[in-house]
Design a protein around this ligand. Sequence first.
Ligand SMILES: [Cu+2]
Length: 658
Amino acid sequence: MKTLPDIVESQIRGEIMKTRLLALWPALMLSLFAHAAPSPFDDLNSEEVKNVISVIKNSGRFSPEIRFPVIKRREPKKSDWLAGKVTDDRVAYAAVFEPSKGLLVDVMVDIKNKKILSFKELPGIAPPVLLEEYERARSLILADKRWQEALKKRGINKKDVYVDIWAPGLMSAAEQRPGQRILRGLTYMKKNARNFYARPIEGLVVTVDLAHKKVHSFWDLEKTPVAEGFRDLNEAANQPIEPKLKPLRIQNPDGNNIKIDGQEITWHRWKFRYSMDPLQALQLFHVQFKDGSDYKMILYKMSLAEMVVPYGGSGKNWSFRNAFDVGEYGLGKTLHPLQLGKDVPENATLLDTVVPDDLGSEPVVFKGAAIYERDGGILWKHRNAENGDTDIRRARQLVLTFMTTVGNYDYGTNYVFDMDGSIHVEVMLTGILLARGTIWTQNPCRDGCLSLVEKNIIAPPHQHFFNFRMDFDVDGTKNVAAEMNVVAKPKGKSNPDGNIFNPEYTILKTEKSARRGHNLNSARMWKIYNPNSTNALAHPRGFGIVPEEKAVPYLDPTSQIRKRAGFIEHPIWFTVYKDEEMSGAAPFPTTAPAGLGLPQYIADNEKLENKDLVMWYTFGVTHIPRPEEWPIMNVHRTGFSLKPINFFSHNPAINLPE
Ligand SMILES: [Cu+2]
């Protein structure tokens, strides 16, 4: 939701300096010894990032203060890839920001020939919040007389506070005027504590305009005591610590079964590429499963295409809090190094990620992603009732993961590949609840009307919506989308005992009619299939989505945020593939006009049958905080699964060795 705190940041920088020295040597060796040319889908390496920055800086088109909110490789055109026309030309996309003009510019750079290919100004569009902006916003706030006075009135020394920076969220007309760079600062007490998020100085919100280097507005809205019963998260603050458990070893004693070739992964019968996007973090490309001797394509690309986290607290110090964590903060920008045995099991392979710097200094390289095998419990089993013979296979899963910290919250995603051809997307939510100061120290009503999690702290109800974009190419690009509803047959002549129920499939024919909602009564689900590719039983090969946790938005339908986050209106959308349609909302949603993203993609209501289709799935977590989630929230796991439906002719895991 918000800034990368200084503590974490300095830890990362320290880690990075160490990592960089260690990382340089293998990189050098690789470049010297027969490393294959990078795939056009591979991320930019450090050298390429540096080249992009120098081409842009030396182009004469920008001021010396420019910032680099996004630098990544340009995704090859899908039509070129399908036609086998993709070359190893390395082209980069950069979103460049002119801070004094508040102007964002899209730039394409030909890295090999060191030249700018295109240049497009995006007036009025705000970039994601930059790390260096946190510092500049803080210094404006710290110098503000009204803010200093407000602290003095509360008897707080300004040395004892931490100012956290947010994208503006809900904005007034004055704040939306182009040419400004609006950010908001929230003040927390950090005296004697590492976990300042536990001690909000409630009601203080300072809004700054970084383009004009000034404080835009100052709000001092609530007089509530600063919570005293804060708790840090370290062992020293939580004595007595439970006795340590005896070790549980997770090892691949003979090495793992994962083949890593650049950014291509092969494991069991799976093959796919991964990429680390500055905004969307891990992306999967060309996800295939071997059926017989051939790999069959399932997904051309899959990624987390946007998030929004609206908070339900009253008052304007809370109504602005609506974080688009992908487009406003960047999950790949707020990434941090993973630790073996902590973030990931000890048998994991850590993967290098190149994270460009906002200021255009040298990019940092650290282990921001990981891949590992884990035990998946029983895959299948049957015990013969007559003689007790038992056939059983144990499941192994492949997990590709990253974790990111956006202010108080920590998010991660596991892409989990199963031996039965299914994929699970596990989203992890942890970190510190967004805390609100309150006068209450005891719950004022028996039914728990306030989500009081600590004396003088409530954690307002909020929702987390995740929008996944899945460009299915089920054994080819021409696919059909369908909805399945189970219908119970009315009792009568042909159903005398009233026990018959059957699935009914409806083909979703147009983009507008393919905006669909959940229906528990009909066990509704959706699938995408290829009518031109059938399995041995003449079923068209397909894949289905199995939803898990569900939520409907509680933001008012007229809300500015809800209109910017149109993707939350329906859990399922299908669109016809377009190269430029990659985000659930506007790519940079902070100041984007209403209705961009999915509502705009479907405005032309294209026909869907037998087209290159993209499935968009939004699921939500309605989070009503509990004291058990304080002072830190245990990981809440949520997500969904993709399952083969008629993709295979029989159980694809039947021939696994015992
Ligand atoms: Cu939450």
